[in-house]
Design a protein around this ligand. Structure first.
Ligand SMILES: Cc1cc2nc3c(=O)[nH]c(=O)nc-3n(C[C@H](O)[C@H](O)[C@H](O)COP(=O)(O)OP(=O)(O)OC[C@H]3O[C@@H](n4cnc5c(N)ncnc54)[C@H](O)[C@@H]3O)c2cc1C
Length: 308
């Protein structure tokens, strides 16, 4: 049996939410490229999520949780297993907390944009730096998303998750190790929800800062093309984009994938781009950096799946 038939058999009769079998990930990922996944499953409740994980584990089928797929490159050979999309779990609430502070509790699939808006509606400051980041709460915590000198770890109080054994757990922020664009949470952990601590701010200042950040992104980033944001991690004191530009690679194109002329740390899909072209461009950048500057430039995007 091929992958999608195995998953179909394992999920037979189960109520696990929306399921797409043998699905081109290009229909869902922000890059609009990449191969087919055996199954993309989108539970709409925690009960459905638990049942889905139970069935997949019982049948020894590989899976990976995903959010908005804005930081993932799926190789052209596709992903063998189930991608569990958390987008169907998207509740978010705001409530007062101790010491005059406030908390936003959000399910993993809630869009960052929504919780940034929720914070602003309640006149809360602390999440403005996330304005314009197109990911989900789960992806932002797993990746420790950040911008303008702030990171998601700075506002996180705790995260609810399902661990590798399928057990539900709550981890306080201090129990998770965060670094630049990464956490020590293993790939098989499913973040279900997160709680953020915020303080009262000035409504106009909050809205102005959000608008300023969104304007900055519109000016600096090639937002009219599909992308996965920054491809490479910045170095201390040297943005990866500037390095790529200095090495003369800005604008370099392979097939329909191009190192953006607007921002050299973005690779854009100009129509019929493939993961293979993007991976070749990534290697070209890494080899050039290694040769010219003597170090390895690490990717920020997560690459999964098989070669075609
Ligand atoms: C135009 C653009 C601008 C961007 N700007 C920024 C920026 O300024 N700063 C920044 O940090 N990022 C930026 N990004 C990248 C991206 O939006 C963030 O990294 C975001 O946090 C990823 O969230 P996601 O839900 O899309 O995660 P996905 O891409 O779906 O997944 C990313 C990783 O997180 C894991 N993951 C996702 N959800 C869960 C979950 N519920 N449980 C466990 N693991 C999970 C996945 O397995 C994968 O390894 C940008 C992207 C684009 C396209």
């Amino acid at each position: 049996m091929t992958g999608h038939l195995k998953i179909s058999a394992a999920l037979q009769g189960a109520n696990v939410g929306k399921v797409w079998f043998d699905e081109p990930i290009s229909r869902h990922a922000s890059l609009k490229l990449g191969g087919r996944v055996d199954a993309l499953v989108m539970p709409e409740s925690e009960v459905q999520l638990a049942e889905l994980v139970r069935r997949l584990k019982e049948n020894h089928l590989p899976f990976l949780p995903v959010g908005n797929l804005t930081n993932i490159l799926v190789r052209d050979g596709g992903y063998r297993g189930a991608l569990i999309s958390l987008r169907g779990l998207d509740r978010a609430v705001c409530a007062p907390a101790e010491n005059g502070r406030f908390r936003i509790e959000a399910q993993a699939g809630a869009a960052l944009g929504r919780i940034v808006g929720l914070a602003a509606d309640h006149e809360l400051t602390g999440l403005e730096f996330c304005a314009g980041i197109p990911g989900s709460v789960g992806g932002a915590v797993w990746m420790n998303a950040g911008a303008f000198g702030s990171e998601i770890k700075d506002v996180l109080v705790f995260a609810d998750l399902i661990d590798g054994e399928g057990k539900k757990k709550t981890l306080r922020r201090e129990e998770i190790a965060f670094a630049y664009r990464k956490s020590n949470l293993p790939a098989n952990v499913i973040l279900c929800a997160a709680c953020f601590s915020l303080s009262k701010g000035h409504p106009a200042q909050i809205r102005d800062r959000m608008a300023e950040i969104v304007k900055w992104r519109q000016e600096k980033h090639p937002l009219q093309y599909p992308s996965a944001g920054s491809v490479f991690k910045n170095l201390p004191g040297m943005p990866a984009g500037r390095l790529i530009e200095e090495l003369g690679l800005k604008g370099r194109r392979l097939g329909d994938v191009q190192i953006s002329k607007k921002h050299a740390n973005f690779m854009i899909n100009k129509g019929q781009g493939t993961a293979s072209d993007m991976l070749k461009l990534i290697r070209l950048v890494q080899e050039t950096v290694q040769k010219e500057r003597g170090f390895f430039l690490e990717t920020e995007i997560v690459v999964i799946g098989e070669e075609s």
